[in-house]
Design a protein around this ligand. Structure first.
Ligand SMILES: [Zn+2]
Length: 387
């Protein structure tokens, strides 16, 4: 099931909305536009009702809050691109936003700069919105403006507060929060050991997660405040992310030590280009384990054809369509090289969103490497390392 939608492109990066994002936006609009703002806009009324103003203000505030989160993520993404690291996409989801950076930074200085940019952006936004809020409050106190000031004062007050909290919360020194990444970059630079640096930053993240779960739980159970659940949930999310981040780092480190040529499956036979799809299925797909085949006329590789491509051909065309018409032509193939590390191959694989990629050497397709081969290697060696 599709759970996120691409809604646009900013500075060359896809912007996605996760399904969970719509839940939080609806909740925010409801709690601001229908519960909180009616009280703030009509302080003297005993039972204030939501009206067009409070709802419009609720929608505007909610969308601007997420624009602030987006600005934070764009700041990370922009710096990543400056440091030569590609950014796949930015996704907004229930707990905020995440910039999916294609590869881990290879230097502490890059990690530091990419991590610090988000909180800096949020702090700058907090300052701008805070200044606007102060200015409007002064204007309000002089009494020359009218009642219309209440709405923008509310709006800028919330935006200033939210961006300030976003900057502060993200600076908490626990991986994978921005502050944890900053801490890791500093430790990494000082210790020259990314593994130990990540371990300490991860412990920081787990400690912060436990504090949030504990404080959120206490808040909920002792003070019967529903907001406590929210903090506890963010704590659980953070705990998982910290542990996952550490596992990923260990995994990448193992994959950095091995080359594509050691893990790839070598090409042993090729498919002629002019057989029909049904012949290809019966002679290659069904009796063999391979997912992808090299199409060759006996002299040179013409392209590749994969199991997934066959599934997209209508069943009634299997007798008439030929392999040559369905394959990915040689010129369009995205490929790995035998000498590159398995870690960089993994980044390429996940960016391409394909099961496996061909390995090309000297203009020849010599093998294929898939996620399954990387996983098998990791399973084998992570168990061996533990004993
Ligand atoms: Zn951030």
């Amino acid at each position: 099931m599709k759970s996120s939608w691409r809604v646009g492109r900013v500075i060359g990066i896809d912007l996605n909305l996760d399904a969970s994002w719509f839940i939080i936006v609806a909740l925010l609009i409801y709690s601001l536009g229908f519960l909180e703002f009616p009280h703030e806009l009509h302080p003297s009324a005993r039972m204030p009702r939501a009206d067009a103003t409070s709802i419009a203000l609720g929608i505007a505030t909610s969308l601007l809050l997420f624009a602030s989160v987006l600005a934070h993520e764009l700041a990370h993404a922009w710096m990543a691109i400056q440091r030569g690291i590609a950014v796949k996409r930015i996704t907004l989801f229930i707990f905020g936003g995440v910039a999916q950076i294609a590869d881990e930074p290879d230097r502490p200085s890059s990690e530091f700069l990419i991590a610090i940019m988000g909180p800096l952006m949020s702090a700058a936004l907090a300052a701008v919105f805070g200044a606007a809020w102060i200015w409007l409050r002064i204007l309000d106190a002089t009494g020359v403006a009218g009642d219309w000031l209440i709405a923008p004062i509310l709006l800028f007050g919330i935006l200033a507060q939210a961006n300030g909290s976003l900057a502060l919360f993200n600076l908490a020194p626990g991986f994978p929060l921005d502050g944890g990444r900053v801490l890791r970059a500093i430790l990494w630079g000082a210790l020259r050991d990314i593994r130990r640096a990540t371990r300490w930053a991860t412990r920081g993240g787990q400690l912060i997660a436990l504090l949030m779960i504990g404080a959120g739980g206490a808040w909920f159970f002792l003070l019967s405040n529903g907001g406590g659940i929210w903090y506890a949930l963010i704590g659980v999310f953070l705990w998982n992310a910290a542990s996952e981040g550490y596992r990923q780092m260990l995994m990448l480190e193992m994959l950095r030590g091995v080359s594509v040529s050691a893990l790839m499956v070598r090409v042993v036979e090729t498919v002629p280009p002019d057989i029909s799809i049904i012949e290809f299925v019966n002679a290659y797909i069904l009796p063999r384990r391979e997912q992808t085949f090299v199409v060759s006329d006996g002299v040179a590789a013409l392209g590749i054809i994969a199991f997934d491509q066959i599934k997209r051909v209508p069943r009634n065309a299997w007798h008439t369509r030929r392999v040559r018409e369905v394959m990915t032509p040689r010129a369009q193939i995205e490929a790995l090289t035998p000498a590159q590390t398995a870690a960089s191959a993994l980044a390429r694989l996940s960016a391409s969103e394909q099961e496996e990629l061909p390995v090309i050497d000297d203009d020849q397709i010599i093998g294929f490497l898939g996620q399954d081969a990387l996983l098998r290697y990791l399973k084998l060696y992570s168990n061996a390392a533990r004993k």
